[in-house]
Design a binder for this molecule. Structure first.
Ligand SMILES: Cc1cc2nc3c(=O)[nH]c(=O)nc-3n(C[C@H](O)[C@H](O)[C@H](O)COP(=O)(O)OP(=O)(O)OC[C@H]3O[C@@H](n4cnc5c(N)ncnc54)[C@H](O)[C@@H]3O)c2cc1C
Length: 366
């Protein structure tokens, strides 16, 4: 009988892993296990009554580097989705312009090397130096747990699905690290503890649509530093990048992202996180920061709990140890997904591809 590979999680990482496994010359039996009633994970689009598209999760994919572009575009092509792609060209306002809301006004973020080397208001120093300082700050000394010394016994190749069990030769986990940590058997408790320390933060996404309104600037969107507003992360100007999705008759679409210390504090206090609260804060931000003072014609509010993994100090050592532990113990488990080596959609697709290649015994970096 052929091999069976179970892929846990039907987000983009798990879907990419399943796709690459099933395309192998001698494909294993692939069983995709998804806990919710839909596939796609955080990727989710909703159509409004006028046909406008509202993205509840990612809204754009920026293929990182040549390999990223090649891998992503090749896969889009293989899936026959070329005609569905809405490209944003390099000279488009949405690709060129990003803003920062500081001191009650929008400031264009410098683009290109020159912009980074010159101070531009509201910054008193060139951004290049600020970035360099980040890069040269010494690594933290926070101790990594040595998962090497963890349990001697091997993790059994069995997935528990509530009442039923599923036999598999190998498991690719494409669910959040903290979710996997809760599924591991007692023998793997130390590994589970390491994975449980990879946490994620919540983001509230508020999609707003306005009739007969205009933006004061054209660009991808703007960021809001916590010093300016502890709750608003930024606003994306969806209509600028993708006017095709404005519906009929077209309406201006923006997405306000809320989170940061404001949301963390509310969550920690166990406060009631009502839709009305997020809508009110989002509408206030759109009015103050973009001059969108009329009430929106359409509004969607979603609180995405623990949706963006945080790579805190010691993250890479933690991963290295986990990888070595899995290899040393010859555990039939491979990790993929946003919890590990990049949260962007293209990183997740690549992590699924690499996980599949490892399981198939082919070169992951080809
Ligand atoms: C609001 C928001 C905006 C974003 N914007 C962008 C963007 O513009 N561009 C970009 O590149 N990236 C963006 N990202 C990041 C990117 O969308 C995500 O990192 C990526 O989609 C994560 O994919 P994943 O498959 O690794 O995980 P997930 O999408 O979390 O998928 C995991 C799946 O596993 C399932 N699952 C969980 N536990 C279990 C279990 N025990 N058993 C079975 N199934 C389980 C879940 O239901 C889910 O379907 C954004 C993310 C968010 C939240």
């Amino acid at each position: 009988m052929g091999r069976t590979v179970v892929v846990l999680g039907g987000g983009i990482s798990g879907l990419a892993a399943s796709y690459h496994l099933s395309r192998a010359p001698c494909p294993p039996k692939v069983v995709l296990v998804e806990g919710s009633e839909r596939l796609g994970g955080w990727i989710r689009s909703v159509r409004g009554p006028d046909g406008a598209v509202f993205e509840l999760g990612p809204r754009g994919i920026r293929p990182a580097g040549v390999l990223g572009a090649r891998t992503l575009l090749m896969q889009v092509s293989e899936l026959g989705l070329d005609s569905e792609v809405l490209p944003v060209r390099g000279d488009h306002a949405a690709a060129q312009n990003r803003f920062l809301y500081v001191g009650g006004a929008l400031h264009a973020l410098p683009s290109g090397i020159r912009g980074l080397l010159r101070p531009s208001p509201p910054f008193s120093k060139p951004l290049f130096w600020a970035g360099l300082k980040e890069l040269t700050t010494p690594r933290g000394k926070d101790p990594d747990e040595t998962v090497h010394s963890f349990a001697e016994r091997r993790l059994g190749p069995e997935v528990s699905l509530g009442d039923s069990n599923l036999e598999a030769d190998h498991i690719i986990s494409a669910i959040p690290a903290s979710a996997l940590s809760k599924l591991l058997p007692a023998e793997a408790a130390p590994l589970a503890r390491a994975l449980s320390t990879i946490t994620a933060v919540s983001v509230a996404v508020v999609n707003l649509q306005y009739r007969g309104a205009r933006l004061p600037v054209q660009g991808f969107g703007h960021l809001v530093p916590s010093s300016e507003d502890p709750g608003i992360l930024g606003i994306v100007y969806d209509s600028v990048a993708f006017p095709e999705q404005d519906g009929s008759p077209p309406g201006l679409r923006v997405t306000v992202m809320l989170g940061g210390s404001w949301l963390q504090t509310l969550e920690a206090r166990g406060s009631v996180l009502s839709q009305e609260l997020f809508q009110k804060e989002a509408e206030k931000a759109a009015a103050t920061q973009l001059g969108l003072k009329e009430p929106p014609s359409h509004c969607l509010v979603h609180l995405h709990k623990n949706c963006i993994p945080q790579y805190t100090l010691g993250h890479w050592q933690k991963l290295e140890s986990a990888t070595q532990f899995l290899a040393a113990q010859k555990l039939p488990l491979t990790l993929a997904g946003a919890s590990y080596e990049g949260v962007a959609v293209n990183d997740c697709i690549e992590s699924g591809r690499q996980a599949a290649a490892r399981v198939l015994g082919t070169e992951p970096n080809s």
